[in-house]
Design a protein around this ligand. Structure first.
Ligand SMILES: [Zn+2]
Length: 204
């Protein structure tokens, strides 16, 4: 395999990128200056060396000077410890943070579970979630908000979470879902601030 083919293969695996587009990326790189290519190549190992996954919310964060294993949001004393929002991906967290409508903590599932999938624990961080809920219960957790996209996969995942968390939540922790401020088929990641705010206000 030539270097062009090999790099094309790598780009092909990026989300939403087809073979033609992957090839276009490679030819784009071929036309760039050397210092651009070197900069890009040197940033990739830094992704591995300078980031960590937060022990609590599971988000990627810049960890250069950090020894705690916990991101800024999770270590902040100003966040509402009574609220925990469960979301699918890092990008969802950024959308909700940007909307400025939520001041609790997060847990990133790492994906959603397709309808009829038999092994949800392989798709989402179920075990880790239970441990985090247990830990947060000790610091006053009162409500878990399931905030997944309004599509069959999101709803299926919400059902699984409700079942899994119900036993541990008991009476002291309420489990709620985002309201239908999110219209059907909407991805949380692409929702505007107003929509997220309404969905949060109308949670049930
Ligand atoms: Zn965190």
């Amino acid at each position: 395999m030539s270097v062009i083919e090999e790099l094309t293969e790598i780009f092909r695996r990026f989300p939403g990128v087809g073979p033609r587009q992957a090839e276009r990326f490679v030819y784009y790189l071929l036309r760039q200056r050397k210092d651009y290519l070197h900069k890009m190549a040197s940033l990739i190992p830094e992704l591995e060396n300078k980031t960590k996954i937060c022990d609590l919310c599971q988000k990627f964060y810049i960890s250069e000077t950090d020894q705690t294993g916990v991101c800024k949001i999770c270590s902040s004393k100003n966040r509402d410890q009574e609220l925990l929002m469960i979301i699918a991906r890092d990008a969802d967290l950024h959308s909700v943070e940007k909307s400025g409508t939520f001041n609790g903590n997060y847990f990133i599932l790492g994906g959603t579970v397709p309808v009829l999938d038999k092994e949800p624990a392989k798709r989402i961080r179920l075990g880790k979630l239970k441990k985090v809920v247990e830990k947060r219960r000790e610091s006053g957790l009162k409500e878990i908000i399931i905030a997944l996209s309004a599509n069959p996969e999101g709803e299926n995942t919400a059902d699984i979470l409700k079942k899994e968390l119900q036993n541990m939540a008991s009476n002291e922790i309420k489990i709620t879902l985002l309201g239908r401020g999110l219209s059907t088929g909407t991805e949380l990641e692409y929702s505007d601030s107003e929509t997220i705010k309404n969905a949060l206000l109308n949670r049930f």
